[in-house]
Design a protein around this ligand. Structure first.
Ligand SMILES: C[S@@+](CC[C@H](N)C(=O)[O-])C[C@H]1O[C@@H](n2cnc3c(N)ncnc32)[C@H](O)[C@@H]1O
Length: 199
């Protein structure tokens, strides 16, 4: 095993599950539904407790993933048939391809450079003109708390990270806990993104 992260600890996971009680990504999933036809394949990164995955699975052929086995084990207990991958958003070590890649409050744990890498790898794991939809906390700068990194983004700072593999579709500010505390980014893979292997 490599070094233990915050979410590899059962107690931290249980504390997160309690804290996130009453929150889900329904609004975000509804945004995806406006752009992605039912039945499409969707990979969720950093599924955590899996509430969004269950919502995605209502409309899509949904695959869940997380870098923490604790969350995967937990979800599999109640959903033995779920399609789940142990996957780090930075390395995206899977050969599979999807019509869309989704995450809700996950990629802010990456450094800005890691986010750039992740988006480049995501483009390579999308079929055709596939979509990515990711949510972030709105703001500027990076903080660290309990060994977890929190990087905040604005429309402008996300523009500086999204590479030429993608066309910009939308970046919209919304409210999760406090007015305007969040934003989501929706990108479409460019036709000229190429199909050469990206590592
Ligand atoms: C704040 S929680 C959000 C969980 C879930 N998406 C939700 O909305 O409740 C962050 C999640 O991202 C996962 N995570 C953190 N870093 C990751 C990485 N590099 N790759 C994949 N998942 C990661 C954590 O294990 C945790 O499940």
């Amino acid at each position: 095993m490599g070094c233990m992260g915050f979410y590899d600890d059962e107690e931290n996971v249980e504390a997160y599950v309690q804290m996130a009680e009453g929150f889900d990504g329904r609004e975000l999933v509804d945004v995806l539904k406006k752009h992605l036809p039912p039945g499409s394949s969707v990979l969720e990164l950093g599924m955590g407790p899996g509430k969004d995955l269950a919502l995605l699975a209502e409309a899509y052929d949904a695959t869940g993933s997380d870098s923490s086995e604790v969350f995967l084990r937990r979800y599999r207990r109640d959903h033995p048939d779920a399609d789940l991958l142990l996957l780090d958003a930075v390395t995206l070590a899977t050969e599979r391809r999807f019509d869309a890649i989704y995450s809700n409050k996950v990629l802010h744990h990456l450094s800005v450079d890691e986010l750039r890498t992740s988006l480049r790898l995501q483009a390579a794991r999308l079929k055709g003109n596939g979509l990515v939809l990711h949510s972030f906390w709105y703001g500027e700068g990076t903080e660290e708390s309990h060994g977890l990194r929190f990087t905040y983004y604005t429309d402008a700072s996300l523009r500086a990270v999204a590479g030429a593999e993608f066309e910009w579709v939308a970046c919209v500010r919304y409210t999760e806990m406090e007015e305007g505390d969040s934003l989501y980014l929706l990108l479409r893979r460019s036709s000229n993104a190429g199909s050469s292997p990206v590592r």
